[in-house]
Design a protein around this ligand. Structure first.
Ligand code: ZN
Length: 238
C-alpha cells in the first residue's frame, strides 16, 4: 500500500535569508517532497501560513505520516491544530517525523511531556551519526555512520523521555554527543525524532540523510490500524 506523506514546514527562513534560500529556494518542504516523490510515496506539502496551517481534518485523514520542520515560529502554531495532531497520533496511529529544530515544536513537547531542551552551537562542525541499532528498520542501508561535513551542533543533555528505541547517536568535532535518531511509541502512533537539518546547510540534499528519512517514514507508517475500544464495556462471560 502506498504510504501517504504530508511534509509540513513553517517556511519562514527561506523567504528572507539568502544563506537559506541558496539551498532551499522553494522551501525545505519542497526539497524533502521531491526526493520522497522519487521513492514510492504519495506526497503532499503544507505550511504554517496556509489556512489551518494546511493541516485540515481532511488532509490529516489522508496522511499516514507527517513530517515536521519548524524553528522560528513554533509559537504561531494554533493550539487547536496541535490538539488535532495529537489526536491523530494517539488515536488514529498517524506517524510523526520531527526534524531538527522541531524538538521545540508544540506537538513534540506535548507528546514527550518534557522541555525537549538541549545545547547548541553554530560553528560549521563535522558531525558523524553513528548507527547504534544496526538491525533497526531505520538503519537499513546506512552502514556504520553518516558524515555531515558542516553542521550545527546539538549536545546532551537532550531533555526527552528515554527513547523506546535509539537508532543514531551523533558525535561532533567540538566534543559533544547527541541522541540524533530516537523512536517513541505513543498511543497508536509512532514518532521518530531526527536531528540533522539546520536551514543554512544543504543537509536534506545529502543521500544518507534522505535514506534515514525514507526509512523513518516506512517505520512510522501505521500497519493494520485497529480502532481501539475505551470506556465502559459489557462483560465477556457468555
Ligand atoms: Zn538549527
Amino acid at each position: 500500500m502506498t504510504i501517504r506523506v504530508t511534509v509540513w514546514n513553517e517556511f519562514r527562513h527561506e523567504k528572507t535569508e539568502e544563506s537559506v534560500k541558496k539551498h532551499y529556494p522553494d522551501g525545505i518542504h519542497t526539497v524533502i517532497a521531491d526526493f520522497l516523490k522519487k521513492d514510492s510515496f504519495d506526497v503532499k506539502t503544507a505550511t504554517l501560513d496556509e489556512p489551518e496551517h494546511g493541516l485540515t481534518e481532511a488532509v490529516l485523514a489522508e496522511t499516514d505520516v507527517l513530517l515536521w520542520w519548524g524553528h522560528m515560529a513554533h509559537g504561531e502554531v494554533d493550539d487547536a491544530i496541535v490538539d488535532r495532531l495529537q489526536h491523530q497520533v494517539l488515536r488514529e496511529g498517524m506517524g510523526l517525523l520531527v526534524l531538527h529544530s522541531g524538538h521545540f515544536s508544540k506537538i513534540f513537547k506535548r507528546l514527550m511531556g518534557t522541555t525537549c531542551d538541549l545545547k547548541w552551537r553554530e560553528a560549521d562542525e563535522k558531525e558523524r551519526l553513528w548507527v547504534v541499532s544496526p538491525g533497526h528498520e531505520i538503519a537499513d542501508g546506512l552502514g556504520d555512520f553518516i558524515e555531515i561535513p558542516e553542521a550545527e551542533m546539538y549536545g546532551e543533555h537532550f531533555d526527552i523521555p528515554q527513547p523506546d528505541e535509539l537508532v543514531l547517536v551523533s558525535w561532533f568535532q567540538g566534543g559533544e554527543v547527541f541522541r540524533s535518531g530516537c523512536c517513541f511509541y505513543r498511543g497508536m502512533g509512532k514518532i521518530f525524532y531526527f536531528r540533522p537539518g539546520h536551514e543554512t546547510y544543504p543537509i536534506y540534499h545529502q543521500s544518507g540523510i534522505q535514506k534515514v528519512i525514507t526509512n523513518g517514514i516506512r517505520w512510522a507508517a501505521p500497519r493494520n490500524p485497529v480502532k481501539m475500544t475505551f470506556g465502559n464495556i459489557p462483560n465477556m462471560r457468555d
